[in-house]
Design a protein. Structure first.
Lengths: 288, 309
């Protein structure tokens, strides 16, 4: 961004200050729910149930986290969330860059048709009904005892965007690189591994972030798949189940701690990679 | 095309390349077949059936007649439109204003941008849950603050009265999404050349004039895309609402896709009612048609507006 800071008049400065304060106010409102939940997770349950307008705990109770971690099985949920999001990320990275390369470089009959179907299904959305046959299929194949169907379905429903991003990127890589590799005796697949993949690093970073977030935030599909399997639940499902089954005067402190456990890892990743997150999200949507 | 142009000795190699291309493409194609195409076709299979997950009986047109008389469903369609309208009315102007302001040369724009975008990385199921705590009538922090600063005398029943629940749902939707649309606008604005602004400045245009005479017209292609994404997005939202209100109270915040979810999987988190999959499948088809019709209608209107402007 260019910084041609011209000399501002006093009036302009005042306007800018007002704008700045408004933006600050909006920023505070935006982070407020997260701050509230994280600070609230250190309050005692009594303090949370009384309510009031103070967001800081009067006494700090870090043992809420111990209670959530061991008592409410959040150790298991966290492990499941990590497993799901890491696997979704790795599989998405591998198969969608490969597909992007094939769509960009290979020529076979029906290629454009297949690509068109991928793009079409980015727009066709029939809602939760599509989970039902997959659930029945997984049950019939006895796969519902593991996280595998959740991982694969998450990959399957997210892959179109990543393929689209990869293809766009491979298209921009000069073909001379491939041809040089071919002359050096590389096969089609070797060219992908040795030549294309290293060049794809930026788009792989984007795909890694987006697919990790997707796996971590998945809710309705794993909810259906783990309805009767408590030990397979990821954090999103676990913490909401706790709330649904706990009733009115439930342990708010444990739920606050649970929600914090579900949110904080993603926020840390976001703080580190926020620029990549933002560029990735617009690339996926505006171009699509 | 390229393969045909190659010399003959390369042919065998090309064939091998094509096979490896097919193999490399197979994982995504298999996943597409299983996760997208198969469920899509499956949906049509039970449209005329009564199916609870175990037994399916053919019922002819009974699902259709039921749908026509199903006031809860048509109400949920109405709520979906209502929700989409509220969401758009607040989220688009807010996102646009934020984008314009962040495009100024003000200190800390990148921090503001990162903060506004932050809610979009949180799962909507978790943000829905966080907002149930915030909106809680007796001990929720929002009522606590509103009462402490004297804006209301008695606690507002955000989630338990039919009067306020849509406001609560809208607040959550705007909070969770405005950063995303803001970012689309910022990306669109980066395309507008700095020279245009310089020229406007030399001609003596002020900030407001610049916005209406330059930024908005030059942004209109992006605006059209963003509106399109926002409309279709709003029609598909139900995860956060499912967690925040479960469609209540009294179905006041029941949206189309949430109603369908309850039919297909049994309502609530704990499968309280028996699934009615055949009927749910029929409603899914209808819902997809409604979303498609809205999309087409929007594109028609957008094109008409183009001609006028």
């Amino acid at each position: 961004m260019e910084k041609s800071r011209a000399v501002m008049s006093g009036k302009q400065k005042a306007v800018m200050t007002v704008i700045w304060l408004l933006m600050l106010f909006l920023a505070i409102i935006t982070v407020f729910p997260v701050i509230y939940i994280v600070l609230g997770s250190f309050k005692s349950n009594v303090e949370l149930l009384v309510g009031g307008s103070n967001i800081f705990p009067s006494e700090w109770h870090p043992e809420n986290y111990m209670q959530a971690w061991t008592g409410a099985k959040f150790a298991t949920y966290t492990w499941n969330s990590v497993m799901i999001s890491v696997c979704v990320m790795l599989i998405s990275l591998f198969i969608s860059t490969m597909a992007g390369y094939v769509f960009s470089r290979s020529h076979f009959p029906g290629k454009n048709l297949i690509y068109g179907v991928f793009i079409a299904f980015m727009f066709i959305n029939v809602g939760s009904v599509s989970i039902r046959p997959l659930f029945e299929l997984a049950t019939a194949l006895h796969l519902n005892e593991s996280l595998l169907p959740i991982i694969l379905i998450s990959v399957g429903t997210g892959q179109a965007t990543y393929i689209f991003l990869s293809r766009g990127f491979v298209d921009s890589v000069p073909r001379e690189l491939d041809e040089a590799a071919k002359i050096d005796g590389c096969t089609f697949f070797q060219t992908f591994i040795r030549i294309i993949l290293p060049v794809l690093k930026p788009v792989m970073g984007t795909i890694a972030l987006l697919s990790f977030r997707q796996g971590w935030n998945e809710y309705i599909m794993p909810l259906v798949f783990t309805m009767s399997r408590d030990n397979l639940r990821p954090l999103t499902v676990g913490v909401n189940m706790l709330k649904a089954t706990g009733g009115g005067a439930a342990a708010w402190n444990v739920m606050f701690a649970g929600a914090s456990i579900a949110v904080i890892p993603m926020l840390i990743i976001y703080i580190i990679f926020n620029k990549n997150f933002m560029s990735g999200s617009t690339a996926g949507a505006v171009k699509g | 095309m390229q393969a045909k142009g190659m010399k003959k000795p390369m042919k065998k190699e090309d064939k091998r390349d094509r096979i490896s291309a097919m193999v490399m493409l197979s994982p995504v194609v298999i996943l597409l077949l299983v996760c997208s195409i198969y469920p899509f076709l499956w949906m049509f299979r039970y449209v005329c059936y009564d199916y609870n997950g175990f037994n399916a009986t053919f019922t002819g047109v009974r699902n259709f007649t039921r749908m026509i008389h199903d006031t809860t469903f048509w109400m949920s369609v109405g709520h979906t439109f209502e929700y989409a309208l509220y969401k758009l009315v607040f989220i688009i102007p807010l996102a646009l204003v934020c984008a314009v302001l962040l495009n100024q040369k003000i200190r800390g724009t990148s921090v503001f941008r990162a903060v506004y975008f932050m809610p979009t990385v949180i799962s909507s199921s978790i943000s829905g849950m966080i907002f149930t705590f915030i909106f809680a009538t007796q001990n929720g922090i929002l009522n606590g603050i509103l009462m402490a600063i004297g804006l209301v005398d008695a606690p507002v029943q955000w989630l338990t009265s039919t009067e306020h629940v849509m406001s609560a749902v809208t607040i959550l939707a705007v909070w969770g999404g405005f950063g995303n649309y803001m970012l689309y606008f910022i990306t669109g604005m980066n395309v507008i050349s700095e020279d245009v602004y310089e020229a406007a400045k030399i001609d003596g245009a002020n900030g407001v004039q610049t916005f209406f005479k330059i930024t908005l017209p030059m942004l209109s292609p992006i605006l059209k895309v963003v509106l399109m994404l926002a409309i279709t997005g709003a029609f598909k939202d139900y995860e956060a609402i499912m967690v925040l209100t479960q469609g209540g109270p009294g179905n006041r915040s029941m949206v189309m896709f949430l109603y369908i979810y309850n039919l297909i999987f049994g309502s609530g988190l704990t499968n309280m009612t028996q699934p009615q999959i055949g009927y749910g499948a029929l409603l899914s088809v209808v819902a997809a048609i409604i979303v498609g019709a809205v999309t087409i209608a929007y594109q028609r209107i957008a094109r008409k507006l183009d001609d006028v402007m």
